[in-house]
Design a protein around this ligand. Sequence first.
Ligand SMILES: Nc1nc2c(c(=O)[nH]1)N[C@H]1C(S)=C(S)[C@@H](COP(=O)(O)OP(=O)(O)OC[C@H]3O[C@@H](n4cnc5c(=O)[nH]c(N)nc54)[C@H](O)[C@@H]3O)O[C@H]1N2
Ligand SMILES: Nc1nc2c(c(=O)[nH]1)N[C@H]1C(S)=C(S)[C@@H](COP(=O)(O)OP(=O)(O)OC[C@H]3O[C@@H](n4cnc5c(=O)[nH]c(N)nc54)[C@H](O)[C@@H]3O)O[C@H]1N2
Ligand code: SF4
Ligand SMILES: [Mo]
Length: 697
Amino acid sequence: MGSSIGGISVEADLTATHCPYCALQCGQWVGAAGAVDGREFPTNRGGLCQKGWTAGTLLIHPDRLTTPLLRTTRTDPLRPVGWDAALAHVASRLRELRARHGPDAVAVFGSGGLTNEKSYLLGKFARVALGTSQIDYNGRFCMSSAAAAGNRAFGIDRGLPFPVTDLDDAEVIVLVGANVAETMPPLMGHLGGARLVVIDPRRTPTAERALASGGLHLAPAPGTDLVLALGMLHAAAVDGLVDHDYLAERTTGFAQTWEIAAQWWPERAERVCGVAAADMHTVVGWLAGAARRYVLTARGAEQHAHGVDTVSAWINLALLLGLPGRPGSGFGTITGQGNGQGGREHGQKADQLPGCRMITTPLDRAHVAGVWGVDPATLPGAGRSASELLAALGRPDGPKALLVFGSNVAVSAPDARSVQDRLAALDLLVVADFLPSETARAADVVLPVAQWAEEEGTMTNLEGRVLRRRRALPPPPGVRTDLEVIAGLADELGVTGFLTDPREVFDELRLASSGGIADYEGISYARLDAGEALHWPCPTERHPGTPRLFLDRFGHPDGRARMIAVDHTEAAEPPDAEYPLRATTGRVMVHYQSGVQTRRVAELTGIVGESFVEVHPDTAARAGLADGSRARVVSRRGSAEARVRCVDSLRPDTVFLPFHFGGAQAANNLTLAALDPISRMPEFKACAVRIEPAVRP
Ligand SMILES: Nc1nc2c(c(=O)[nH]1)N[C@H]1C(S)=C(S)[C@@H](COP(=O)(O)OP(=O)(O)OC[C@H]3O[C@@H](n4cnc5c(=O)[nH]c(N)nc54)[C@H](O)[C@@H]3O)O[C@H]1N2
Ligand SMILES: Nc1nc2c(c(=O)[nH]1)N[C@H]1C(S)=C(S)[C@@H](COP(=O)(O)OP(=O)(O)OC[C@H]3O[C@@H](n4cnc5c(=O)[nH]c(N)nc54)[C@H](O)[C@@H]3O)O[C@H]1N2
Ligand code: SF4
Ligand SMILES: [Mo]
């Protein structure tokens, strides 16, 4: 690499890039042989978590896919094949299925782990080369509830409308369903000065930090956050803490919101969620009494069948106290995947086109069709959401072929066993990956692709800041980039106009996003490589970008934020006599998502090498279990094997499993695909289970 990147001088063989994993996008140096070091960057200040430190081992892992694999019947093993043969086979099967069943017979599943360039090209490929409406992505499982709630309240969906360094000076931060000490460890460095309130059914490491900061840990039952927010809203009102001037100047909808919140006095809310009414008064008092204060949500609050309303309830509280759009205060949601923000802006979502444009809006269609050089009438409409798409696979009216880029749905989708059945019912499953994920192992064709340190591109981190991913070393021989794979397939299908150079793809994306909500037109590789910190929207090359949104106005035409009247709904599957416990799921520090990558890193599996279930000791004893026993957790969908971890601080009615393991240990054998009516987010964080000793084989 050269001697200066972004104004930073570079050692001879080190490349300045960012971590492959989460949305914090910590700065990394990567050496020409794949060695990784922390790099000074505002989100991580030089530090990395264990996943980031060990990411380099996967570049040279023996399981690395280095040749396309193909089989013509599912009973055969996958066999190595050349690229020409693999792509020609896929294209001919796609043509055949399309001719027989129509364009929607082919579906595409993308990822918030893909660069902006890949997300954009995949969306274009689906709409232009395949002509299918059937595209969605794993961000549906991640940010969709937060995005929908942000859109309806603020008119713009940017996870954090401010840089994370703004949090450094906060006095009070309320974290709702966020375990950042494990999910984004370097972020804790930005929260250290504040009194923290952590809302989580479990006493997580983040909750421990809250207690150490003089704050509180509130432990609602899974799926009852909305009631807690209503109780706190009520407490704020009766304690005289409402910011009436702010409500009058900057919001609408208070009267309707209050009609519902008025019925949720803290003691009544306490009976549903289990958090003491006194604590509700305390927390709103802290928030109202501080000058610099934030409310942040993450997946614990959002991954529910009423996740959008739950986020809206927390936004309502933040608005009531006058936080959003004020310097030094705000509401935000903590985006999860590396490109979870950019990945949801550039057209992988069933209903969206690049720039957060809507596929159902004629002007939006016309703009994007113009950039793509096609007739707007040829663009398909909105397709099925991720869960609904997976549930339709192989059905008479559903897709017969699926192309997967960057997701391991066989492990990470709700009710994973039935998703595996659907994959098995397909005529054609194609998976592009660099490792043999559970989904890849089920495929007819596997296409080996480059990893983060082997490719160029851009990512948009949790702050809406666009970053450069840079190539430190070439991919192994035989491996192609996702862009080359997508363009190669388009070519085989006889469709031209698919570029493979990331910079050229980005320049096209800039035009497609121009004038949209997520406007990238003014962002260029040249500006990023010169070290500029560019947050979207950035409409022109002279525009400085927008690190802070909403300071003057919100995104709705009237400039006001909207309070949305929301009320409590019981979880889709409440506990009963047969399944008396609430199971919730989430993450541990050393594993990432479905675990395809981190389960292959010895340093990480040495710390957590198998699934576990956190159980209160009394609950364990009642089930004939003790710390260290092997348990079977059973729901109406299936069961998951896990080692018992007795946790005194856990609610006795709740158990917790990580979702990082597959097969018999998969937490998603238990979960259900009950979907939020607006975001179509599945209820990952609450299902009814019982727990019993594992039957010995
Ligand atoms: N180590 C690690 N880090 C990651 C990832 C990873 O897989 N591993 N993934 C990245 C991605 S894609 C994401 S989306 C983020 C997710 O980041 P987080 O949202 O912080 O992670 P989770 O563990 O899914 O959920 C957070 C907490 O929600 C709690 N919770 C469960 N149910 C409820 C509930 O009903 N209400 C409330 N208030 N809390 C509840 C859980 O106990 C858990 O501690 O992490 C990112 N960072
Ligand atoms: N029970 C439960 N289930 C959950 C959650 C939960 O909290 N509980 N969380 C949900 C959330 S928030 C998320 S984000 C999802 C994530 O779950 P998945 O969508 O399954 O994500 P990963 O496990 O990261 O799988 C990514 C796959 O793509 C590959 N990959 C990585 N980068 C690239 C790339 O650039 N190109 C290509 N072609 N392949 C790549 C990896 O090797 C891996 O096989 O899981 C969801 N599932
Ligand atoms: S916190 Fe996220 S971005 Fe930073 S090193 Fe860990 S996984 Fe990578
Ligand atoms: Mo996520």
